[in-house]
Every structure is written in C-alpha cells, then in structure tokens.
Design a protein around this ligand. Structure first.
Ligand code: THU
Length: 133
C-alpha cells in the first residue's frame, strides 16, 4: 500500500505539470481509490479566470472517467509547490461526493502532514443523501 509520504510525492510530481500562468500556484492531487488505483490531477487555469479547474477536481474527474459512477476514493493528497494548501471549499464539496466514511485528505500545514476526514473538512456539508428525502 502506498504510504502518505509517497502519495504526497505523487501529488508533488503532477503539480509540476500545472497550467497556472495567472496565479503561478502549482497544485497537485493524488487520489487512491477503493479499487486501489491512483489518479493524478493538477490545476488548469484559464484566461477567463473563473473557469479554472483545481487539481482535486481534475483528479476526481479522471478517476470517474476510468472507474465510473461507483468510484470511491479512500485517500487524497493535496500539494502546492512552495506553498501549503488545504483543499478549497469547492473541492471539498466535490471530494465529498465520492468519499467513504473512512476517506481522508492529507496536506501540509506548518510543515506537518495533516490528515482529515470529510466530516472535519466539510462539517454539516450538503451530501448526495440529502437529495433522497
Ligand atoms: N487551487 C487548486 O488547484 N486547489 C485548491 O484546492 C485551491 C486552489 C488552484 C486554483 C488556482 O489555479 C490556484 O490554485 C490559485 O487559487
């Protein structure tokens, strides 16, 4: 099983590929799915700034495109080169859509590796189950 440190390294690797001429932030995300596969995403910015895709959402999209609607992720590493980034609010919501009870997001905070579950990252969040009455 890939370690947290190795997963952070994968996220760091894909962050190098970011397209971020506007913010210069290079962000990477590495997801491990329930199926045991790893998917990578980097941020992809746009001249129409609001169309920017964050690294986490690119990784989730790639994972769904490979594994289908039943894709569930168990661990997600988020890295911003030279910075420290927790996932933004939009990405928390998208990660929550495909999370399991045990899913954890890892990122750096003040030089330390932090690991948080979705209920900690998105307390009282809107969830797919809320649509089912
Ligand atoms: N960004 C991500 O890729 N993930 C996040 O969770 C936060 C922000 C990107 C978007 C933009 O390209 C740059 O970081 C600065 O906001």
């Amino acid at each position: 099983m890939i370690t947290d440190i190795e997963l952070m390294d994968r996220a760091r690797g894909v962050a190098e590929l970011a397209y971020s001429p506007y913010s210069s932030a290079k962000v990477g995300c590495a997801l491990v799915t329930e199926a045991g596969r790893i998917y990578l995403g980097c941020n992809v910015e746009n001249a129409s700034y609001g169309l920017t895709m964050c690294a986490e959402r690119v990784a989730v999209g790639r994972a769904v495109a490979e594994e289908g609607a039943g894709m569930r992720w168990v661990r997600a590493a988020v890295v911003a080169l030279g910075l420290e980034f927790p996932p933004c609010g939009a990405c928390r919501q998208v990660l929550a859509e495909f999370a399991m009870a045990e899913s954890r997001v890892i990122f750096l905070s003040q030089g330390e590796l932090v690991s948080m579950g979705m209920s900690e990252l998105l307390p009282a969040g809107f969830a797919p189950a809320d649509l089912n009455g």
